[in-house]
Design a protein around this ligand. Structure first.
Ligand code: ATP
Ligand code: PH2
Length: 173
């Protein structure tokens, strides 16, 4: 099953978005990741700018189990999930499941209503380079492969076929 995710942070976002992506790569090995994008807060009263991104992972977990895992990642990065007001507050990390499907298609992201998520998809919005395991991931969507056992742990593939073929790209061409 492919899971289509959004990630956001507005407390030390450069650090927390990178750490969140590293944890997701450590656990799911491959992800198609959109560039990290500065976005103004929406529907939440705060002066702190957000960084948002969108990504696709593959998992055999069901949505409830996967969401529970994402909650644990949020907590690991310092979010207080016991706070009933947390949706209205600044956050170190928020991981949401947008949708899941047996199909791999980036067009699922086009249906996102939130302007801050549309800005992630827009090539001309304000991107930020983040360091993932020491490698900079910058201003284009990419398929990112992580291999904990390898010396060069991270491969960032920016080629267009890598996005079209997603998780199969590394093996099929
Ligand atoms: N531990 C959990 N296990 C499974 N599903 C959960 C868990 N916590 C929340 N959910 C579900 O995830 C969805 C999003 O809720 P969540 O609590 O993550 O929002 P939030 O991150 O606090 O809010 P926001 O994304 O608006 O800031 C809801 O449908 C909720 O029912
Ligand atoms: N820019 C931005 N604004 C938000 C975000 C977010 O991730 N980015 N998340 C919200 C609730 O989850 C509310 N508002």
């Amino acid at each position: 099953m492919y899971y289509y995710l959004s990630v956001g942070s507005n407390i030390d976002p450069e650090i927390n978005i990178a750490r969140c992506l590293e944890i997701l790569l450590e656990n799911f090995a491959t992800a198609v990741v959109y560039p990290c994008t500065y976005t103004q807060p929406e529907c939440i009263i705060t002066d702190r700018v957000f960084i948002n991104t969108l990504l696709v992972i593959r998992s055999n977990l069901d949505p409830v189990s996967l969401k529970a895992f994402f909650c644990s990642v949020e907590e690991r990065l310092g979010r207080d999930r016991t706070d009933s007001e947390r949706s209205r507050k600044d956050r170190t990390c928020d991981i949401d499941i947008i949708t899941c499907s047996d199909d791999y298609s980036l067009s699922y992201f086009q249906a996102c209503d939130e302007s801050y998520l549309q800005q992630v998809l827009c090539a001309s919005s304000h991107k930020v380079a983040v360091a993932l395991f020491g490698s900079y991931f910058a201003d284009r969507p990419a398929t990112i492969y992580f291999d904990a056992a390898a010396r060069d742990k991270l491969i960032i593939d920016y080629k267009s076929y890598a996005l079209e073929d997603g998780f199969e790209a590394r093996f099929s061409r």
